[in-house]
Design a protein around this ligand. Structure first.
Ligand SMILES: Cc1cc2nc3c(=O)[nH]c(=O)nc-3n(C[C@H](O)[C@H](O)[C@H](O)COP(=O)(O)O)c2cc1C
Ligand code: SF4
Ligand code: SF4
Length: 405
C-alpha cells in the first residue's frame, strides 16, 4: 500500500486525494470544514456566495427520495460574500491540509464584478476559486418557466458560449490562483463550454451534473406537493445516485473533447469506491461529492480511501493517472458497435411458468404450449430483455458466432 499515490495536481496546487466536498449545504460552517479535514477530504468547495446579495435566497427545502435514489431541492440558502470571506478567514486559522475553495457568482451588470470578487477571495487566502456557472436554481429556472431575467447567472451563463469565456477572461486576467469553472450539462454543450473556459484561462473545469426536474406528484391531489413546508412543486434540482449515468456522460464528453492535460472534476452521485473510480475512468482527475455528505456526513471517506488504495494495488495502478480515461477507448458510437449473434435459452429446471416473460411486448420468440416455456431461436432478436425480467434466473443468452452482425 505504501507506494500507492492518491494525490493529484491542479496547476500548482496538490490535492492529497481526488475527493472534494462539493459546494452545497455541507460547506457553510467552520465545524463542517474541520470535520472534512479530519476525515481526509482533499478540499472543500464553499457554499455559493453571491454578490450583490440577495438574489433568490430562501430557506432550504430538500427531499431525499430513497427508493428512487433521487435528491431534489427547490430552495436553498446562499452565503453573502462577507460570510464566505469570514468563513475562509476562520478556516485558514484552524486548518492546515485541506484546500479552501470559495464558490462564487457575481450577479451585477458589469462583468468586472466577477474579477473584483475573485480577487477579494484570492487576497483572503483561497487556494483556488470556483465559478458557479452551473446552478440551475437561479436564472435558468426562471427562464425555464418562460419568464424574463435581468442578469444571466449560474446555468444560464454557463451555457452561453459567447458570454462565458469573456467573463472567465476578466477573472483569469486578475487572479493568480487556479480558477475552476463549474459547468452545467443543461443546454447540452458542456464539452464546448469546457473548451472555451480552458481557452479563457481556467485551470480546471467540471460538471455540476444537476438537472432540473419535476418530482413525483400525487395524481389524486395534483395541486399538492411532495415538499414539506412548501406550497408548490416548482422545478427542482436533482442530485445524488440517480444522476450517475448522466454524470458519467458529462465527464466523458468533456474528456473526449479536451486535451489530456485538462484538469476535469466530475460529480453526480459519487457515493462509494465504484462510483468514484468510474468517474476517473471516464476522465475525471477529481470528484466533487455533495449529496452523500448531506446524507452521511464526512467520516466514510477514510475507509473509502483505504479501499481505493487496496483496489489500486490489486489492479497494479500506482497513481490515479494510471486508470484515468481508461474507458474512453471502449465507449463507442452505435456505428462502431460490435454485437454477437445468439439467442436466449431456458433452463427448464429453473422455470416455474410464472408467465412474466410470455408478456414481453416486442418478443415473438417465447412460446408456452401447455404452460411450458420455450424459445424459438430463429425468432429470437437476442435483445436479452427476458433475462432481466425472469425472477427465477431461468434464462440466459447463448452466443452463436463470434462475428460482427
Ligand atoms: C442542496 C444542494 C446545494 C448545492 N449548492 C451548490 C452551490 O452552492 N454551488 C455549486 O456549484 N454547486 C452546488 N450544488 C451542486 C453539488 O455541488 C454537486 O455538483 C451536485 O449536486 C452533484 O453531485 P452530488 O450528486 O454528489 O450531489 C448543490 C447541490 C445540492 C444537492
Ligand atoms: S432475447 Fe429478446 S427476443 Fe429473444 S426471447 Fe428474450 S425477449 Fe425474446
Ligand atoms: S419469467 Fe422465467 S420463470 Fe417466468 S415463465 Fe419466463 S422463464 Fe419461466
Amino acid at each position: 500500500m505504501n507506494n500507492t499515490d492518491l494525490s493529484v495536481k491542479l496547476g500548482d496546487i496538490k490535492l492529497r486525494n481526488p475527493f472534494i466536498v462539493g459546494s452545497g449545504p455541507t460547506v457553510k460552517t467552520l465545524d463542517q470544514i474541520k470535520e472534512a479535514e479530519d476525515n481526509s477530504w482533499a478540499a472543500v468547495s464553499f457554499k455559493l456566495a453571491i454578490d450583490p446579495f440577495p438574489y433568490i435566497n430562501l430557506p432550504p427545502r430538500y427531499r431525499w427520495l430513497k427508493k428512487e435514489k433521487i435528491h431534489i431541492f427547490t430552495a436553498e440558502t446562499r452565503l453573502t460574500p462577507d460570510a464566505s470571506l469570514k468563513l475562509l478567514d476562520d478556516a485558514k486559522k484552524v486548518t492546515s491540509e485541506i484546500l479552501l475553495i470559495p464558490n462564487i457568482t457575481y450577479d451585477g451588470p458589469d462583468w468586472e464584478g466577477w474579477a473584483r470578487m475573485a480577487k477579494q477571495f484570492e487576497e483572503a487566502g483561497a487556494h483556488a476559486v470556483e465559478l458557479n456557472m452551473c446552478c440551475p436554481n437561479m436564472s435558468f429556472n426562471v427562464q425555464a418557466t418562460g419568464k424574463e431575467i435581468e442578469e444571466a447567472t449560474g446555468a444560464s451563463l454557463g451555457s452561453d458560449l459567447q458570454a462565458l469565456p469573456k467573463v472567465i477572461k476578466h477573472i483569469t486576467d486578475e487572479v493568480n490562483i487556479p480558477v475552476i469553472v463549474k459547468l452545467t450539462p443543461e443546454g447540452g454543450r458542456i464539452a464546448q463550454a469546457a473548451e472555451v473556459s480552458l481557452k479563457a484561462g481556467a485551470a480546471a473545469v467540471g460538471s455540476a451534473a444537476n438537472r432540473l426536474g419535476i418530482p413525483d406528484i400525487d395524481i389524486r391531489n395534483p395541486m399538492g406537493t411532495i415538499y414539506r413546508l412548501q406550497d408548490n412543486i416548482t422545478l427542482g434540482c436533482i442530485s445524488g445516485p440517480w444522476l450517475k449515468p448522466l454524470a458519467l456522460r458529462d465527464t466523458y464528453e468533456m474528456r473526449f473533447h479536451l486535451d489530456k492535460e485538462a484538469f476535469i472534476i466530475g460529480s453526480g452521485g459519487v457515493n462509494d469506491l465504484q462510483s468514484a473510480v468510474q468517474q476517473i475512468m471516464v476522465g475525471a482527475d477529481a470528484v466533487w461529492v455533495c449529496t452523500e455528505t448531506m446524507l452521511r456526513g464526512f467520516d466514510w471517506l477514510p475507509k473509502l480511501l483505504d479501499n481505493l488504495k487496496s483496489y489500486m494495488q490489486e489492479m497494479g495502478y500506482g497513481r490515479v493517472a494510471d486508470f484515468r480515461d481508461m474507458l474512453l477507448k471502449n465507449i463507442k458510437t452505435s456505428q462502431e458497435l460490435i454485437v454477437y449473434k445468439g439467442h436466449a435459452v431456458i433452463d427448464p429446471d429453473k422455470c416455474n411458468s410464472c408467465g412474466l416473460c410470455w408478456k414481453i411486448g416486442h418478443c415473438q420468440a417465447i412460446i408456452h404450449p401447455d404452460g411450458i416455456t420455450n424459445i424459438a431461436p430463429e425468432r429470437c432478436l437476442a435483445c436479452s430483455t427476458c433475462v432481466d425480467i425472469c425472477p427465477q434466473k431461468a434464462i440466459s443468452m447463448e452466443e452463436l458466432l463470434q462475428q460482427k452482425s
